[in-house]
Design a protein around this ligand. Structure first.
Ligand code: G4P
Length: 192
């Protein structure tokens, strides 16, 4: 997605050769028009998959997921990282390992929100090691629903996540694929 790559090039800040800061439009301040275009791109990519629900994880996945759900005309569900007081009915939960923080965290969904008829599209802001995406896959499979695809705004292709999801057989569609963040430069896989 050229518009997204341009914003990454112009506003992204490379931190530590493996972390990209995009707080101007995705992770802190959110650009609604860019997110609308992101949602349109995901909807176009998965329009043939008869999606019934979009699933993401709080917090930065919510904006792109919401715009995708709006365009596809389906509800958007987000996994919680803390069990809220109101989530005291039947829940689905799994552990997600964070490579950046070196800890396991539980994520939660209310069971009633998803059922075996659902055809689910996972959306997330970043794909690094794929742990969050695989956690969402497990929650969907616990509900007996199907994973129809995974849409990622920014994929760091030099980390494990993409190959992990490919090996597991999921259809991954990333709008910007970064092959390297070395020397404080963002290099995209298709080199444009
Ligand atoms: P993984 O899920 O792919 O295995 O990723 P990892 O554990 O390494 O990353 C944990 C958190 O860091 C996730 O956000 C993920 O989106 C974010 N992250 C990973 N790489 C980058 C990066 O290069 N830049 C930025 N900006 N974020 C990155 P989170 O902790 O769940 O935060 P949030 O969704 O509440 O913002």
């Amino acid at each position: 997605m050229d518009e997204l790559k341009k914003r990454i090039r112009e506003e992204g800040i490379v931190i530590d050769s493996d972390i990209l800061k995009v707080d101007q439009f995705l992770n802190h301040q959110i650009d609604p028009v860019l997110m609308q275009h992101v949602g349109e791109a995901f909807a176009e990519a998965f329009v043939q998959s008869s999606i019934t629900k979009v699933l993401t994880i709080e917090s930065s996945g919510i904006a792109p997921a919401l715009m995708t759900g709006l365009k596809l005309g389906v509800p958007v569900l987000f996994a919680r990282k803390k069990k809220p007081l109101t989530l005291n009915t039947s829940i689905l939960t799994t552990q997600v390992y964070s490579y950046t923080k070196k800890v396991h965290n539980s994520i939660f969904l209310e069971k009633a929100m998803i059922n075996s008829e659902d055809r689910v599209l996972i959306i997330d802001d970043f794909l690094a090691n794929g742990e969050a995406a695989m956690g969402l896959v497990r929650l969907i499979e616990m509900a007996g629903a199907s994973v129809e695809g995974i849409g990622i705004v920014i994929e760091k292709s030099f980390q494990e996540g993409r190959s992990k999801l490919d090996r597991a057989g999921y259809a991954v569609y990333s709008l910007a694929r970064i092959s390297s963040l070395a020397d404080h430069q963002v290099t995209f896989i298709d080199n444009d």
